[in-house]
Design a binder for this molecule. Structure first.
Ligand SMILES: [Ca+2]
Ligand SMILES: [Ca+2]
Ligand SMILES: [Ca+2]
Ligand SMILES: [Ca+2]
Length: 392
């Protein structure tokens, strides 16, 4: 009831204030759409909430994003609680008494939202951690298969979302945390170590990383049939691209969960510090590049190709079945590595200048190559264009 009243009231506000949209400098800098007021690069109900907040000139008059969801543990050890870390991005102490944590955007501030106790403040540039067992667990629990955490407050019965962070399925005892790339993109990714109450660690990298993407091979090589992805094991031990699930017979395979369709065949592994190629067409790969000295798997499924504009390529390991009693039903996958590459000319995604190298997009035999396998992969600063070198 309150929600529909809220929406109707906001609509009036939206149309009467349409010329006064307070587009934030941060949103423009980040290349987010006009109308994105809470810096999440989406235009949705939360932005209307921000607009209403500005229009009504009610408390708290705190810009959204001042206090943020900074790190989340959603898959703790059996006896340890899950937790949510908040960070105060400002130089002022902020009173968050009566604010809410929730995992449901239909219920930001009511029955299943956790209300932060009175006299709760966060110091300038400080952290605060809320635990499942002593704080929010009676209201909601975090899913190890991934979901969204919302930080909100309520004014006059209306919810205002201050920040939200979506995260994927998590490995046991691995947190998701906020990480800002070289060009200012905010990522919420698996962390190398857990840091409740302090600055986040570097992202978790490996054991398997994407090191080369040949997305636009020359026509004389076979065009898209000569596409491939190179994977690299950065560890000093062999890594199996399959896992055992007690709920199903046999093993469950790793797969590309974004990009070309491909599930790794039975008992694939990558040797210590070794490489593996996944080719769109293994015959064309062999005739084009010869024997590269490492295993070459393929083809991509369903006729899929690597986009010549750019896309997200993501390799994942199997997580839990959504329903343990239905072994053939849907399953969560845990991201191991990904890169959202571009071809250097997608100005719609990168207003001004697309920073990705143009070389791989020229169909002249260059590919996109990771510079440092041990550093975070989903950042343009870690990629260059160079002559194809599959298998090394
Ligand atoms: Ca932290
Ligand atoms: Ca292509
Ligand atoms: Ca292109
Ligand atoms: Ca290579």
């Amino acid at each position: 009831m309150k929600k529909s009243l809220f929406a109707a009231e906001i609509k009036v506000a939206f149309f009467s204030c349409i010329l006064l949209l307070p587009i934030t400098a941060a949103a423009l800098e980040a290349g987010c759409p006009a109308g994105d007021l809470n810096r999440d690069c989406n235009v949705n109900l939360f932005d209307l909430g921000v607009l209403a907040n500005n229009w009504l000139e009610v408390e708290p008059n705190l810009p959204t994003g001042t206090v943020i969801v900074n790190e989340v543990m959603a898959h703790s050890h059996a006896v340890a609680p899950d937790w949510i870390e908040l960070y105060n991005t400002s130089g002022s102490t902020i009173d968050i008494s009566g604010w809410y944590l929730s995992d449901n955007d239909d219920d930001l501030t009511s029955v299943n939202a956790y209300k932060i106790p009175n006299s709760t403040t966060i110091a300038p540039y400080g952290y605060i951690v809320f635990y499942e067992d002593t704080h929010f667990g009676a209201k909601f629990k975090l899913s190890e298969n991934g979901e969204t955490v919302y930080l909100s407050l309520s004014r006059d019965g209306f919810p205002f979302a201050m920040d939200d962070r979506k995260f994927g399925a998590s490995q046991a005892n691995v947190t998701f945390g906020r990480y800002v790339t070289s060009i200012g993109e905010v990522k919420f990714v698996a962390m190398d170590s857990n840091t409740p109450g302090s600055a986040n660690s570097y992202p978790k990298v490996g054991p398997i990383v994407i090191t080369e993407i040949m997305y636009d091979p020359p026509a004389s090589w076979g065009g898209s049939d000569a596409e491939y992805i190179e994977l690299h094991n950065i560890e000093n031990y062999s890594v199996n691209l399959y896992t055992y699930d007690p709920c199903v017979p046999g093993d469950v395979n790793w797969a590309f969960t974004e990009g070309p369709e491909f599930e790794f065949p039975y008992h694939t592994s990558i040797p210590a510090n070794g490489y593996l190629i996944v080719a769109r067409d293994t015959d064309v790969f062999g005739s084009t590049y010869g024997d590269v000295g490492v295993d070459v798997l393929g083809p991509f499924g369903g006729g899929t190709k690597l986009s010549n504009d750019g896309e997200n390529v993501e390799i994942s390991m199997p997580g839990d079945l959504e329903d343990p009693n239905n072994p053939s039903g849907p399953r969560a996958y845990i991201r191991i590595d990904n890169v959202r590459y571009s071809d250097g000319s997608q100005h719609k995604d990168f207003p001004g200048l697309d920073p990705w190298p143009k070389g791989p997009d020229q169909a002249e035999g260059e590919s996109l190559q990771r510079i440092y396998p041990n550093l975070f992969g989903d950042d343009v600063a870690n990629w260059k264009s160079d002559d194809a070198n599959p298998g090394e």
